[in-house]
Design a binder for this molecule. Structure first.
Ligand code: SF4
Ligand code: SF4
Length: 202
């Protein structure tokens, strides 16, 4: 018999965390009534430490540290299956995305390899206008210290012509890079703004 997964709730509810998640995701997490459709739709539930419906519940209960430090938010593939099936029209995948950002900002990323992959993928898109897999994969393997990861898939992928020696040349590559620069500039401005205002009141 499968062990029952019991939530270990901390005693305090962080109300500011609930508001922050709702503001960052643009979703009303409070409307979730725990039907479980999202977890039933999620192909990753068996790898998660908390199924996505439990993540929603933990957010409702203001369990900041459990949520931001869990594996589930980083293993989520952003496939939108949960969003599609939610009877409350909550964009659950957006909530998961907001939690990834918050987890990173809080320095609580549980899956370092996933973060490395995200970083390198975005670097590749910025440099080439789209992902250059042949360049991305060795860098990821090196940085994640898994040099032989997914090597067994290589022959099939090469046979199907999915890996190219050189990056594709796409039109408006510079415009794509400019989007990244604008985001960086926006982040820097926000950080400067935060420094000028000083730390938030306790
Ligand atoms: S978006 Fe994430 S949480 Fe939602 S179904 Fe897909 S993998 Fe699961
Ligand atoms: S499908 Fe929607 S209402 Fe149901 S548990 Fe998931 S988030 Fe909550």
């Amino acid at each position: 018999m499968e062990p029952v997964h019991v939530l270990e709730i901390q005693k305090t509810c962080d109300a500011a965390f609930i508001e922050a998640v709702e503001a960052a995701s643009g979703q009303q997490v409070r409307r979730c009534y725990q039907c479980g459709n999202c977890s039933a739709s999620c192909g990753y539930t068996r790898f998660y430490d908390y199924p996505v419906s439990q993540i929603m519940r933990l957010v409702q209960l203001g369990q900041r540290d459990i949520v931001l430090g869990c594996r589930s938010v980083w293993l989520c593939a952003a496939c939108q299956g949960c969003t599609t099936r939610c009877p409350c029209n909550i964009e659950v995948a957006k909530v998961m995305e907001a939690l990834r950002v918050m987890s990173r900002q809080a320095g609580m990323v549980s899956e370092g390899d996933v973060r490395v992959f995200y970083d390198e993928l975005l670097r590749s898109v910025k440099a080439f206008g789209r992902v250059f897999e042949t360049g991305l994969l060795p860098v990821y393997a090196l940085l994640s210290r898994k040099p032989f990861t997914d090597m067994d898939l290589a022959p099939g992928v090469i046979r199907k012509g999915k890996l190219t020696l050189l990056p594709h040349r796409i039109a408006k590559r510079r415009e794509v890079a400019a989007i990244f620069d604008r985001v960086e500039e926006h982040r820097r401005a926000k950080a400067r703004d935060g420094q000028q205002k000083g730390p938030p009141d306790a």
